[in-house]
Ligand binder design. Structure first.
Ligand SMILES: *Cc1c(COP(=O)(O)O)cnc(C)c1O
Length: 358
């Protein structure tokens, strides 16, 4: 079976070396030495100063909202994974959906201002597929209306935009290190802050909100991660450049083999170094997408409907919004397999199956 993705695994012996260190230190979690080493390597890799390694890419979105004391309306994108919206709901805020740009599938900044009310406190946007949002336009709107900006950069590890890590944009930016992502620590996530005044608060929010036995500040959460997860990160991080290079080769092969008469892809920003996180294809109709999906599945090739449904249509949304562009794209989009080790023969087979069923 060929899945849409396959987790990258480092050399087993290398991981075991770290496990020996854990056995020696007998520190399994709680800001341990491996976690601190991973945080300092991530800071260096990303070129950022304030970074918090946490248990997953959803809790970091929640901590971001909590740290900024966002309580009311959050303008967000309908074209993302449900974790983006769920974090807003989980923090008892109201998601206000603004439709996406038909070319990039990222939140359309031209539509944001019309959705701002006296209750709007923040913008939470996803750099979908790792393709940067229009961060300049979003920043200008946020400044004008005194809004906070949080970027869900779950897909953007390793992406550089205008010479800087994509994670360095916004007031706060988050990433997921889940096993399915470009860089992973099995489970994990990171919060990057451009607000140094929040340093202490973010540190405390991640670990129950208290220091030692006696100083209790506020209701924090358990967002900590373990030494075992940090060890996986330490093994995988040095491989990121080669992982991205390998993904690019697959990406280029698909680009050359697929029949573009009846297929479309999102337009990638010209100002970035990409990480080739996903290979989304937008078909001419939902029926055309389903035909290809069925043909692939019949051959044990499992694509995924990233991202369906359009999040504004989820039944548990407190307020209904219409986002025709997002709803249209999400009905027709399919991500095809892309992972380190996918063979050129398999890429050819997948491409031929798609072309034959268009
Ligand atoms: C994967 C993902 C998340 C959640 O990450 P977890 O680490 O699985 O909690 C959040 N947002 C987006 C856009 C994602 O793709």
């Amino acid at each position: 079976m060929i899945n849409v993705t396959k987790a990258f695994l480092p050399d087993r012996e290398e991981y075991i070396q770290y496990i020996h260190e854990i056995w020696d230190s007998v520190q399994l979690t709680n800001n341990g030495p491996l976690l601190q080493r991973l945080e300092s390597q991530l800071k260096e890799f990303l070129g950022v100063d304030n970074l918090y390694y946490c248990s997953n890419g959803t809790i970091v979105l929640q901590i971001a909202l909590k740290a900024l004391e966002i309580k009311k309306e959050v303008i967000t994108t309908p074209f993302s994974y449900c974790a983006t919206t769920n974090s807003i709901l989980w923090e008892n805020c109201t998601p206000v959906f603004v439709d996406v740009d038909p070319n990039t599938f990222n939140i359309n900044p031209g539509l944001i201002e019309a959705s701002i009310t006296e209750n709007t406190e923040a913008i939470m946007a996803t750099h979908v597929y790792g393709n940067p949002c229009d961060v300049e336009a979003i920043e200008a709107i946020a400044k004008k209306h005194s809004l906070k900006v949080i970027y869900d950069t779950a897909h953007g590890f390793g992406v550089r935009y205008k010479g800087r890590s994509l994670l360095s944009y916004g007031d706060l930016s988050t990433c997921s290190f889940h096993a399915t992502k470009v860089f992973h620590t099995v489970e994990g996530g990171v919060l990057v802050s451009n607000l140094p005044e929040l340093n202490q608060k973010l540190h405390l929010l991640r670990a129950f909100g208290h220091r030692g036995d006696e100083e209790y500040f506020f209701a924090g959460i358990n967002g900590k991660n373990s030494e075992f997860h940090a060890a996986m990160g330490l093994c995988n991080l040095p491989h990121v450049p080669e992982i991205i290079k390998n993904r690019k080769a697959i990406f280029d092969q698909y680009d050359g083999l697929l029949n573009w008469d009846a297929l479309r892809k999102p337009c990638l920003s010209p100002d970035m170094e990409y990480n080739y996180a996903y290979y989304p294809l937008v078909f001419e109709s939902e029926a055309a997408m389903r035909k290809v999906q069925a043909a692939l599945v019949e051959h044990q090739i499992i694509p995924r409907r990233y991202f369906y449904p359009s999040l504004n249509t989820l039944p548990f949304m407190p307020v209904k919004y219409e986002c025709p562009v997002s709803e249209d794209i999400s009905a027709r989009v399919l991500c095809i397999p892309l992972y380190v080790g996918l063979s050129p023969e398999d890429i050819t087979t997948i491409s031929q199956l798609i072309n034959r069923n268009l």
